[in-house]
Design a protein around this ligand. Structure first.
Ligand code: ADP
Ligand code: MG
Length: 329
């Protein structure tokens, strides 16, 4: 803690002292022997596990609109970090929070903490420490997750011939960017607008799917910057290419009815969906398909030896795709 004006310790214990709980019952010794309140938290990975960790920083006006409600900010900040654990096939355990605030406003903090807690409880992840400072509104969350040794899903393992798969439907969060100002009236918005806003403000990290894919998927990534841009990271790390099937790219009916013919390009290039894109040897598909978690998984293409990305149209013709999604600079 540096220069936050109100009683820092009161603030921390009131709003951040008891956020989320990791279920230790299936482990022989405590995974979190020490949480908030000391100079460091302590994590003890169970034997034969390693810790995956990832940090995301969200800056006001850059990664979220100034008008965002603190509830949605809390929810979304943790969701986007958890999504990185999902992409590695890791089980979330604990997170730390570095919060920079222009002022300390009790109502704001209560709502932020409520959003954070809702997601932390849903995914059973405990807040174990952090830092609170004064300055332009910025939220950094570092997440820690467990994965059995050598079973993390990386970007680098895709093999030629693997199926390219994606969970859920794409594009709704990206399409929400033009209607974010409607957030305060979200409850009275049309069903279509609500669908877009929900995807943007309350993304659902695909933790269970990520864990299921361990030992099956050869590579995985979460879609934060757009399907093409993110698959391209897999392609480059794995030194392969990809051919996508145009008619298989999953867009929701609501997205189609909101944006019409734009839906495909939004689904390919817009970010913020936080679905998983992964590569799967075909031999595993029939077995995994039986799992409830595969109900929303689509096969959208195939990994190719030819580098670069291509779109295959229904008539069999192909065109080269530009993998550029959202770029920050
Ligand atoms: P230090 O000066 O040793 O860094 P602080 O005074 O910043 O410690 O924090 C005291 C305790 O409160 C630490 O355990 C720290 O992890 C925790 N903490 C501070 N800010 C936050 C926050 N925003 N969320 C969760 N825990 C926090
Ligand atoms: Mg200290």
């Amino acid at each position: 803690m540096t220069n936050c004006s109100i009683d820092e310790f009161g603030l921390i214990s009131r709003f951040f002292g008891n956020v989320g709980e990791f279920d230790e019952s299936s482990f022989d010794s405590p995974v979190i022997p020490l949480g908030i309140g000391d100079d460091c938290a302590i994590l003890r990975p169970p034997p034969d596990h390693e810790i995956c960790l990832s940090i995301d920083t969200l800056v006001c006006g850059v990664h979220f609109p100034e008008s965002i409600t603190p509830y949605h900010l809390g929810y979304r900040s943790l969701a986007v970090s958890l999504s990185d654990l999902a992409a590695m096939g890791a089980l979330p355990v604990a997170f730390t929070l570095a919060l920079t605030l222009p002022e300390s406003n009790v109502k704001w903090l209560a709502d932020f903490s409520r959003g954070l807690s809702q997601l932390a409880n849903q995914y059973q992840i405990r807040l174990v420490g952090g830092d609170t400072t004064k300055g332009p509104l910025t939220v950094s969350i570092q997440v820690h997750g467990l994965v059995p040794v050598d079973q993390a899903l990386k970007r680098s393992g895709a093999q030629v011939g693997d199926l390219i798969c994606v969970s859920g439907s794409l594009g709704a969060a990206g399409a929400a960017l033009s209607v974010l100002h409607l957030e305060p009236e979200i409850d009275s918005a049309s069903a279509g607008v609500r669908h877009l806003l929900e995807h943007y403000f309350r993304p659902q990290p695909k933790i269970e799917l990520g864990c299921l894919l361990r030992g099956y998927a050869t590579a995985a990534i979460d879609i934060s910057d757009g399907l093409l841009a993110d698959f391209n990271h897999i392609a480059e790390s794995s030194k392969v290419g990809g051919v996508f099937y145009e008619e298989k790219i999953p867009c929701s009916d609501m997205l189609r009815s909101e944006v019409g013919s734009e839906s495909l390009s939004i689904a390919l290039t817009a970010g913020d969906d936080y679905e998983l894109c992964f590569c799967l040897p075909e031999c595993h598909y029939e077995q995994l398909k039986q799992n409830e978690l595969f109900r929303t998984v689509s096969i959208i293409g195939v990994v190719s030896s030819e580098l670069g990305l291509k779109m295959r149209h229904k008539d069999g013709s192909e065109r080269i795709l530009n993998p550029k999604g959202y770029t920050h600079f």
